[in-house]
Write a protein that binds this ligand. Sequence first.
Ligand code: PRP
Ligand code: URA
Length: 208
Amino acid sequence: MSVMVFDHPLIKHKIAILRDKNTPMKEFRELVEEITLVMSYEAFKDAKTRKVIVETPLETCEQEMVAEKSIAIVPILRAGLGMVNGVHKIFPNARVGHIGMYRDEETAEPHEYYCKLPEGIENMNVMLLDPMLATGGSASDAIKMLKARGVKTIKFMAIIASPEGIKRVTDDHPDVDVFVATCDRGLNEHCYILPGLGDAGDRLFGTK
Ligand code: PRP
Ligand code: URA
């Protein structure tokens, strides 16, 4: 198990704009995608490759390409959807599964409402996506669901995390590698991340 907190000036720059309450929805959506793309370079560092033969204008050579079909991207609905294109920009052929979770507004307990995963997911390397890791309940339950489907290799990528969320996921699932762009101070009484960026789903989809 490992936890990687990105400490990169370009990511910090984009997160500062992402947090700003005046950042409009379109720019917010683009930033989530761009941050995911940058994080993916590190998170997929150990992706399996296969040998391919390529003909350049000058000669034939052996190259390596990622076995994209061995990768599944699984966003946690809704906000995780905003990260999918960031990974698809690199691996356009990666399969996508969806796990629907919402947090009860009173208790902040996660509730599952949807699950559709690609056939054969048990043999794929799964990248679970959610921009927000607050209490960690949603991510932890989503990982449990993937494991119940037989998935053996799971990574989790979030943009804004809390120390509580990181602890919850790593305690519950020590076998999962966690990648977060930044780790914030903590949670408020409604289990929102501070300073955070507010409700990621609402900001991505303009629902409030
Ligand atoms: C948000 C977020 C995570 C979850 C994080 O989703 O996208 O899924 O909360 O909180 P946790 O770590 O305490 O579980 P929300 O339930 O608001 O649903 P939405 O994405 O549909 O807005
Ligand atoms: N979900 C969000 O979208 N934001 C938070 O700060 C916590 C949970």
